[in-house]
Write a protein that binds this ligand. Sequence first.
Ligand code: COA
Length: 378
Amino acid sequence: MTEELQKGLEGVLVAESELSEIDGDEGRLIYRGYGIEDLAKHASYEEVIYLLWYGELPDAEELDSFTDSMVAERSVAEDILDTVGQLAAADENPMAALRTAVSMLSAFDPDADEPATDEDATLRKGRRITAKIPTILAAFARMRDGDDPVAPREDLSHAANFLYMLNDEEPDDVLAETFDTALVLHADHGLNASTFSAMVTASTLSDLHSAVTSAIGTLKGPLHGGANQDVMQMLKEADDSDRDPIGWVENALEEGRRVSGFGHRVYTVKDPRAEILGERSQELGEAAGTSKWYEYSTKIEEYMLEEKGLAPNVDFYSASTYYQMGIPIDIYTPIFAMSRSAGWIAHAAEYVEDNRLIRPRARYTGPEDQQFVDVDER
Ligand code: COA
């Protein structure tokens, strides 16, 4: 047994997986062997979920039947929507609201008590969870603004239906396709912190709702999924203060703060997802007649590379992309969860196939041989 401390489990191999692979030095990401650039360009989010869960891309018939089965699960029980409304009224953090609502879904899931090792039941639950997250999230975002939730439609894609439920307006093709691409790009990413958290929960043979709830709590942190909204806050603060965005970044670095959207545990070069989302952000800016957010972003990217040798990660360009789509800033991280649920579920199901309880150790550095003293004598 190794005695070398691997803080943050950096580089430690804990499992075998056929799901996704990151080459951090080449800036390459694949899902089951398919390059992320190809999937972003040619595959829908539904095809990518199928690929991750069932091992191969669906043919047309399989895709239709899988899509129908997801669509059929979009609506959410009234009791859950009531709870979501209460959370919205209490001004709950959107990720916390999503965590609570996903946990509650198990009360209404006919397979809730099926063991984690029953792969079919796990994937049925996975389908329900993934299909319902957009409905929960759109309802939350609307209800906190005093608007009624919008019921899901059956004739729209996963991506388009979310934007429709959020805005009560069918998105145009550009918005729907851009959002679909963002979902494809975020669907899986090796053993990132939230996926690992889902796997740890699954490894105890707990249920899928628990695994996904653990993962949502983990994604919420600013070092992980929370970074995308921090990026947009940064861009807006720089804009509001009429300061060159570089001034904002210089100041942050001088104060020893991290610049969200930069750096990565695995990538040493630019995250390929940032490359693709950067293009989308630019296109949206050009279509709207102002490339301000994209230009701010590229200036910061150049500066960070020169000064710190750090390249952007996926969160850097998803921020300006979502902003230009009119999505509220604090919904960016829940959107990450909406997509990543596909990867969490795939990894949880894959891991329990050859399960081993995940249980590392800490090197004990506390005192030894303490003498117990009774409470009123301390
Ligand atoms: N801004 C400024 N400096 C950064 C930085 C950032 N975003 N990310 C890393 N660094 C610096 C660290 O300060 C450290 O410098 P030092 O060696 O002089 O102390 C060095 O780069 C290595 O960072 P480290 O914390 O060891 O990397 P990590 O693998 O633990 O961290 C992240 C990876 C993602 C947590 C980190 O890059 C980060 O905090 N990024 C901002 C949050 C973010 O965008 N998260 C989304 C990830 S997809």
